[in-house]
Structures are given as C-alpha cells and as structure tokens.
Design a protein around this ligand. Structure first.
Ligand code: GLU
Length: 289
C-alpha cells in the first residue's frame, strides 16, 4: 500500500524506526516522524482527490487537550495521541507535515466543519455515535475510553453517584458527556466551548466537577496535580473515531485499513504520547459498519 522514502528504515522494528526518526528530525515535540507514502493507491475518494489538487490536506483537531491534541503557542509544537494519529493518516495519504493545514475545531462544530468541507478529516477525541453518523462517517475506532469526573483536590464528590441536584458539572457544548449528564443525572450543567474553560471554572470554584472522557481528564489532572483529582470509575463507553465526510467510503476504508495493518505504528504512537498516562495500550478492532 505504501512505499517508504527511507527503504532501509522500513525493515526496522517500529520502535527502532521511531527512535531513529525522532533523533534525526526536527519534528515538533520530538514526536515520531511518519514516513510519507509516495505511491498512494486510493481510488474513488472525492476528499482525497480534492486534497491532492489543493496540494494540502486540512485536518480538524483539538489544541487545548494535553496528551491528545495540544498546541504550544510558545514553541509552535503540536503534540498528542490524536495529533500523531492524524499525522500518520496524512502520511499514508502522501501528505507530510508541511502539507497539513491544521484547524482547531471545538466539539460542537465538528460535524458542520466536515459537512461544509472546511476540513478533510477530524481526529480529536471524537466519539462514534449514531446521531453523528447521520451527518458524517467514522473510521475506527482507534481508542476506547469512558466518561470520568475531575474535581478539586478537597472535593467530597467520589463518583457519578454524587452528581445530585446541588452539584454543578461542566462539560463542552455538543459533547456526548454533557448529553449524558442532561439525560441521566440531576446535576446542574454548565457548558463552554472547551474543556480548558471548564477546568478554569473548576479551579476558580465556580463549578463542582468537570466531566468528559477520562483520557482527556488525565491530561488536565497531570497539569494541576495539587489542585485536582479524578474520582470514580468511567461511566460511559466512548469509541474514538476519525471523522470523514459522509459517503466517502474509499477514505473511510483507507483509514480503517491503515489502522488495521498498522498495529506497530499505533503502539509506537501510544507509547510516545500516552505511555506515562497510566492507561492500558489496547488498540480496538475497527468497525466496518
Ligand atoms: N468523546 C466525547 C465526544 O466526542 C467527548 C470529548 C470531546 O468533546 O471531544 O463528545
């Protein structure tokens, strides 16, 4: 399916390859550098054809979620598990870093960005749901996590059972976690565009808890270890997919093939980006719905 530019490196174990690439490159954040495919066999994808024509690929991401999708404005580094999955997919499509147009898009605007053609695909803690599938399609899943709770270090909230009507929970507009709280819990809700804004509200004491995927909360908890803690067990199942324009089955199939065939690459990316997060590296089977 792909041809490595560095043929000699192609035979090396993925981890060695990544270590090598990381040393040799100026890749942001010392992330593993992907080999950009030269002979790409992808027929019948309008999204891919348009990107080739444009000479660049537009990828929607988060940029305020440490460990997953993060942009450091000081260094210019874009890092995280989702970002690296996105770079991997782009590289398999033949697009290197200088041919990627990164677009930061919040949870509430993802479907519309894909429907409008503002982006070619989206990688950013994007749960596969039937409702979203009415507007877009998903490759993957490439990771499974669940909704969790971040509270202040001295909070008495211990689990989702404590989300009673006197508690205010913050989450992002248009996300599955806020919907779950509204549908199934008595707690008051507060919404912002980003989880960062919720964490700021938690630190300011204006909300009692932040809820979203535990994988996201781990990144914030690590940023504020003195002031926050994660409590309880995950109380939903979130399957992360790569959002693609609806009906582009060729692109979806290409990403699914890449995920399925690229277990070593997946593991190398996981180790690099989330190796310290205390999460089990388990690549889920893709769902070719
Ligand atoms: N995975 C959840 C969702 O897709 C929450 C994280 C997010 O908002 O990106 O809604």
């Amino acid at each position: 399916m792909r041809k490595f530019r560095n043929i000699a490196a192609a035979g090396l174990a993925a981890s060695a390859l990544f270590a090598l690439a990381a040393c040799n490159s100026g890749t942001p954040g010392d992330a593993p550098e992907q080999d950009v495919a030269e002979d790409v066999a992808l027929e019948g994808s309008p999204t891919y054809d348009a990107a080739v024509e444009a000479g660049e690929i537009s990828i929607g991401v988060k940029e305020d979620q440490p460990g997953l999708g993060y942009f450091d404005a000081t260094t210019g580094d874009r890092t995280g598990f989702d970002v690296e999955i996105a770079r991997w997919m782009a590289a398999e499509l033949g697009f290197g870093e200088d041919e990627i147009n990164w677009e930061a898009i919040p949870s509430a605007n993802r479907e519309q960005a894909l429907v409008n053609g503002d982006i070619d695909f989206y990688v950013g803690t994007y749960s596969i749901t039937d409702e979203r599938k009415e507007q877009i399609d998903f490759a993957g899943p490439y990771f499974v996590t669940g909704q969790g709770l971040l509270v202040s270090a001295d909070s008495e909230i211990e689990s989702d059972a404590d989300l009673t009507s006197d508690v205010t929970v913050c989450s992002a507009t248009g996300s599955t976690p806020i919907q779950n709280i509204r549908d199934n819990y008595d707690a008051e809700t507060r919404e912002f565009d980003t989880y960062t804004a919720c964490v700021d509200a938690l630190l300011a004491g204006t909300v009692d808890a932040v809820t979203t995927d535990e994988l996201i909360l781990i990144g914030y908890a690590a940023a504020y270890p003195e002031d926050t803690k994660i409590v309880g067990e995950p109380f939903s199942v979130e399957n992360y997919g790569i959002g693609v324009p609806k009906g582009d089955d060729a692109l979806r199939g290409f990403f699914n093939d890449t995920l399925e065939e690229g277990g070593d690459t997946w593991t190398a990316i996981f180790d690099q980006e989330l190796g310290d997060a205390g999460v089990t590296p388990e690549q889920p089977a893709v769902d070719r719905y």
